[in-house]
Structures are given as structure tokens and as C-alpha cells.
Write a protein of this length. Structure first.
Length: 277
């Protein structure tokens, strides 16, 4: 399994720019030092979760139907955590994820992956509140489920996926984190920030959806390999497109090889026919 190894020192620096830690709260020198240590610990726990196996958890979805986490496995899964009374980080993170998911579905296929959003404020994040939160952010529930859980299940899933949160004066201090799981439920990538560009999510999804080829003889697997390397992100349009330049380069290379081979064989034959030449 391919994972991203990011130096912890870089992540600690990154943590200062990550929203979700004490938004709108002024800290003294001592409090700032404690917050910095907390951020570093949160990022360390998050990175340590890469490669970990998600467990089995029980939730209620936004329609108050009981579900098991394993129901969402079998294909890559995006998981993010919010609390519905959040007024800044969580709404912005979810709205950004809506846009990223739309781009990802165009790039790898509408049904190639699923998304779940978990409410970690057990007392407040009821199925009704989760559904209202999702609708307010323009979420299409097709392939995207909002989950509510009890204390035990929330503590287990946040621990397994490396998501850190703690109560604060503004609600909760937490890492703005989106976790990419592979089809078997292992943590494949951690993506940070309330706002990020689509490639942060689409590239690991491409690796998971197109990268594994159990039978390289199948035409579909050859096509998946092509899609893995030949779809590129265009920031100006915000979409992925098929890049034909690789085929042009391959074609030019083959023409050069055939030309060289032709002249070598031609010269060799002329020499064999007329050795004294």
C-alpha cells in the first residue's frame, strides 16, 4: 500500500495554519505554548494512524437508520469529522469537500468511492441535526452519508482514524482532517485543512481506484492504468482532463527507434551485399 510520509516538523508548522484550534479565542503566552504542543500531538497521532485498520462501528444515518461502518467498505472511502454547532471550520470544510467530491467523481467515477461525515459531538449531533447541517452545505446524499454515534463508537472511530478533538471555549478544538481509506478499511492518506485543492483527494483516489491491477491482461485494467497516469488537474477549470501528451511522446519515441533500427539494418544489409564498400 502506498502512503504519504510527511516529516513531522513540516506538519507541526502546518498545524499553525489549520483552522479548528481555538477559532476566535485569544491566548496568552502560556496558553499558546500549550496549544502548540496540542497541535503537534494531534498531527503526530493523525500520521501514526496511516496504515491502521478501521474497526466495526455502529451509527445512525441522517434518516435515523442503523448502519454498520463495514457497509461502506469494498471501495475507497472518505471520512471527515464535524460538530454541527460549529460556525466556521466545519461548515467551510464541508462546503469545500462538496466541490472536491464533485471533481473526484468526474475523475474516477461516480460510484468508485463513498463519503461519510461523522458528528463527534454526541449530545448535539443527532441524525436530524446532521441532516440539516448537510442540506445547508449543499450535500448530495447519493454516495454520501452523515452519521451520528454514541460515545463508545465515536471514541473508537476517532482513535482508529487518528482524529483528535478536545472541548474548548468555542466548542471543540480539533484537527481539520479528511481521511482516505482503502477498500479494506485501512487508513491510506490524511488530508489537512478546511480548504484544499481537489488533487489532495483525487490523486490518492486515483491510486486506489486505478492503481491496483490483479490481472494486467484485462483490457479494463490496461485502461485503468492509462487513467492513473494520463488524467491531470487543470486549476483554471477546476476539473481533470485526459492528457494525450504522453501518447504523443511515446509515438515520437517509437518513430525515432524505428528510424534508427531501419537505418542500422539497411546499412548492415548493404555491407553484407558489398563487403568491400
Amino acid at each position: 500500500m502506498k502512503t504519504s510520509v510527511v516529516p513531522l516538523t513540516f506538519l507541526v508548522c502546518l498545524s499553525f495554519s489549520l483552522p479548528g484550534y481555538g477559532d476566535g479565542v485569544t491566548h496568552g503566552t502560556g496558553q499558546a505554548a500549550d496549544l502548540s504542543a496540542q497541535q503537534a500531538r494531534a498531527l503526530e497521532l493523525s500520521q501514526q494512524a496511516i496504515g491502521s485498520q478501521a474497526g466495526e462501528y455502529e451509527f445512525l444515518d441522517q434518516n435515523r437508520q442503523p448502519v454498520h461502518f463495514s457497509e461502506y467498505l469494498g471501495k475507497p472511502l472518505l471520512v471527515n469529522f464535524i460538530f454541527t454547532s460549529c460556525h466556521h471550520t466545519c461548515p467551510m470544510m464541508t462546503a469545500n469537500l462538496v466541490k472536491v467530491v464533485d471533481v473526484a467523481r468526474d475523475a474516477v467515477g461516480k460510484d468508485a468511492f463513498s463519503v461519510v461525515t461523522v458528528g463527534f459531538d454526541v449530545e448535539v449531533d443527532t441524525p436530524e441535526m446532521m441532516r440539516f447541517f448537510a442540506i445547508e452545505r449543499g450535500v448530495n446524499f447519493d454516495g454520501w452519508t452523515f452519521l451520528s454515534g454514541d460515545t463508545e463508537n465515536i471514541e473508537r472511530i476517532t482513535g482508529d482514524l487518528g482524529f483528535f478533538y478536545t472541548p474548548s471555549a468555542s466548542g471543540f478544538d480539533h484537527l481539520a482532517q479528511t481521511t482516505v481509506l482503502d477498500a479494506q478499511g485501512k487508513v491510506y492518506r490524511q488530508v489537512y485543512g478546511q480548504s484544499f485543492e481537489p488533487p489532495a483527494i483525487v490523486e490518492p483516489l486515483k491510486e486506489l481506484v486505478f492503481g491496483e491491477q490483479p490481472d494486467a491482461g484485462k483490457l479494463s485494467d490496461w485502461m485503468n492504468g492509462i487513467k492513473l497516469f494520463c488524467t491531470v488537474y487543470d486549476p483554471s477549470s477546476g476539473k481533470y482532463y485526459f492528457d494525450y501528451s504522453l501518447f504523443v511522446s511515446i509515438g515520437v519515441g517509437l518513430i525515432c527507434l524505428f528510424s534508427i533500427a531501419f537505418f542500422v539494418i539497411k546499412s548492415w544489409r548493404e555491407h553484407e551485399t558489398n563487403p568491400s564498400a
